[in-house]
Design a protein around this ligand. Structure first.
Ligand code: UD1
Ligand code: MG
Length: 462
């Protein structure tokens, strides 16, 4: 097997996207398009991966880091010119070079592998990856001669009406004999509708030299989708989402309605977990086995262990240990950590707080900047008053404590183990071990008072 090299073209601005964000950085299922390409290319272990950067060069480099080498194309004169920028790194090498655009996020490593193998079998100078498209608009068309051999690629803007009817398209992926590629790039001219140096022109140049041109037609045409505008971006997103959801289902995850379930690339989910319609699972998230992710939940950058239930709730940068549950309609914010079998019920918000095993926080409660021990019962409507307008303060609540409903914990305070806070208390001082804390005005009953109240004169109350 000869050496394998890969060049990724990612220097274009993406004018048709009408965006401040450079095209190849637009995310598809939570990951930049060019990152998808690199991820698949890495799987085939090439000798060198070289990314041609230009527009947004620094941002692309920041994203990909040392996963690839870089060549700078300071002026975008076309795809052939872009490849020429890789000459310093690759020009003198013997082997095969795969070229792929940074705006085609759906290609798989398997397709690249098949292309390399086919190219070697065919002993071709170049093998072009083609696909049949029902709507070929925008793609280069494959022109074949009477023997069905590939003659040339004609771009949309240069195509005659007859050529525009051709449904076989250039996917923008090629496998070249590396030497022949770099020897002939300089022969490409820019006398075309866009005044650009087109990489596919190398194909016709090689043909004129009598070299063998091969074409490899793909089974799955959806892989070849090139994203040039926002409509194609939404199509890519849809296809990627389908692929991701099907992968999870094959691994034993129940997705009740894949069409309405949005899971980012790279999210991990254990088997026998059930994901209900309308759920969104984003970023660097891991979900264990036997979980229930209820309708309309949104989970981002979080760790959810096994047997966890999330019911119509939002979880961001949080951790839920085994057997814990949350919802409906609650919000775990960054650095919320729920211990094992913790229960967080409805309309609660937890932020930067560790909740010990088996603690229950049932209703309408805010816990911010606190450490709660194990087996605590937090009543309804408890507020951790963590902010004094200047800084945030932290409180600690000991194991087996009971916080009565409608209490305020004015931070910073330490409530020791086995404390009982009476309902409606505003706790501003530490509470010692095994004590009852009551911090509220005593009740006064004014007897025989009704007749002195204005309501007593109203018909509604009599
Ligand atoms: C290109 C192909 C077309 C093919 C299609 C597949 C050419 C001339 N045309 O068209 O035959 O059907 O891809 O998706 O190659 N780029 C640079 N430098 C440049 C120009 C482009 O790095 O000077 C990069 C872009 O960032 C992009 C890729 O090359 O990632 C392709 O450029 P784009 O303008 O999208 O080409 P298409 O019109 O899609
Ligand atoms: Mg394109």
């Amino acid at each position: 097997m000869s050496n394998r090299y890969v060049i990724i073209l990612a220097a274009g601005k993406g004018t048709r996207m009408k965006s401040k964000l450079y095209k190849v950085l637009h995310p598809v299922a939570g990951k930049a398009m060019v990152d998808h390409v690199v991820t698949q290319v890495e799987k085939i272990n090439p000798e060198v991966i070289e990314t041609v950067i230009g527009h947004g060069a620094e941002k692309v480099q920041d994203l990909l880091g040392d996963r690839t080498k870089y060549a700078l194309q300071s002026e975008q004169l076309g795809t052939a010119h872009a490849v020429q920028q890789a000459e310093d790194e690759l020009g003198s090498k013997e082997g095969m070079t795969l070229i792929v655009n940074g705006d085609t996020p759906l290609f798989t490593a398997e397709t690249f592998e098949n292309l390399f193998n086919y190219h070697e079998e065919q002993k071709a100078a170049v093998t072009i990856l083609t696909a049949h498209a029902d709507n070929p608009f925008g793609y280069g068309r494959i022109i074949r001669d009477e023997n069905n051999d590939v003659q040339a690629v004609v771009e949309q803007k240069d195509a005659t009406p007859e050529q525009q009817d051709i449904r076989e398209i250039n996917t923008g992926v090629y496998c070249f004999d590396n030497k022949l590629l770099f020897d002939n790039l300089k022969n490409v001219k820019n006398d075309n509708a866009q005044g650009e140096y087109y990489l596919p022109d190398v194909v016709s140049i090689l043909r004129e030299q009598g070299k063998k041109i091969a074409a490899y037609q793909m089974d799955d045409l959806s892989e070849s989708l090139g994203v040039n505008d926002r409509i194609a971006l939404s199509n890519a997103e849809k296809l990627m989402r389908k692929r991701i959801n099907e992968d999870h289902m094959r691994e034993g995850v129940t997705i009740v309605d894949p069409e309405s379930t949005y899971i980012d690339f790279g999210v991990k989910i254990g088997n026998d977990t059930v994901i209900e319609p309308g759920s969104k699972i984003f970023g660097n998230t891991t979900i264990g086995s036997d979980c229930l992710i209820g309708s309309g939940s949104r989970i981002e950058n979080s760790v959810i262990e096994d047997n966890v239930q999330v019911i119509s709730s939002t979880i961001e940068d949080a951790v839920m240990h085994n057997g814990s549950n949350v919802g409906p309609n609650s919000h775990l914010r960054p650095k919320a950590v729920l211990g094992e079998d913790v229960h967080v019920g409805n309309f609660c918000e937890i932020k930067n707080a560790e909740i010990g095993d088996r603690t229950k926080i049932g209703h309408l409660t805010y816990v911010g900047d606190a450490t709660l021990g194990t087996d605590i019962n937090v009543g309804c409507g408890v507020v951790f008053v963590n902010y004094d307008g200047v800084g945030k303060h932290h409180s600690n609540i000991g194991d087996h404590s009971f916080i009565g409903s409608n209490s305020n914990i004015v931070s910073p305070v330490n409530v020791s183990d086995h404390s009982f806070i009476a309902a409606g208390s505003t706790i501003t001082n530490d509470v010692p071990f095994h004590s009852l804390a009551i911090a509220r005005e005593r009740q006064t009953n004014k007897e025989d008072f009704w007749d002195r109240l204005p309501v007593s004169k109203s018909e509604d109350w009599n």
